[in-house]
Design a protein around this ligand. Structure first.
Ligand SMILES: [Fe+2]
Length: 177
């Protein structure tokens, strides 16, 4: 399906192609819960990516699925970039407006930068493996993969437990959206 075939709310600007590919079901921006609904969907995509990376780490080097390496390599950088952009443009301002800590936001942004750097490094290696080249140092790659997805999972858990609740509207049922 091309980007132009995807239906959108009237009057809503077309998102960048990367955004549409990764987050095809963005909530109606007129819905006040939209940031939290979108956040849950984005985190679900990141969790799937972490699971895929863990499966790759578990099967290095001889059993590794090269197609999965290519798929993960293609998603890593754009998924993180769009996720971080959304959080920094939408979620964090809402968190700060609700009285959230600027130090916390600064730390989360620093983790975004670090994760994006590692994602770029991993994507290059996974593309290489996906295209049939040998896994030169499976121990080092396994270590880097685990360090990355464990860091991303911790980061998401913190945002879920400490950032999202601070932006939640009174009366909304936590975890039901
Ligand atoms: Fe984040």
């Amino acid at each position: 399906m091309s980007h132009s075939q995807v239906s959108r709310a009237p009057g809503r600007p077309n998102p960048a192609p990367g955004v549409m590919k990764l987050f095809p079901q963005r909530a109606d921006p007129r819905d006040r819960r939209a940031p939290r609904i979108d956040m849950a969907r984005i985190h679900a995509e990141k969790r799937k990516l972490c699971d895929a990376l863990e499966a790759i780490a578990d099967t290095l080097p001889s059993q590794v699925d090269r197609l999965e390496c290519l798929k993960a390599a293609g998603e890593l950088v754009p998924l993180l970039r769009e996720c971080h952009r959304f959080e920094e443009e939408t979620l964090f301002p809402a968190f700060l407006a609700a009285g959230g800590s600027g130090e916390v936001v600064a730390r989360l942004k620093a983790e975004h930068v670090e994760d994006q750097g590692t994602a770029q490094e991993l994507a290059e290696e996974l593309f290489r493996i996906g295209h049939g080249q040998a896994v030169h140092n499976p121990e080092a790659l396994g270590y880097l993969l685990r360090a990355f997805f464990e860091s991303v999972r911790r980061h998401m858990a913190f945002e879920r437990d400490h950032v999202l609740p601070a932006t939640r509207e009174e009366g909304e049922i936590p975890g039901r959206r």
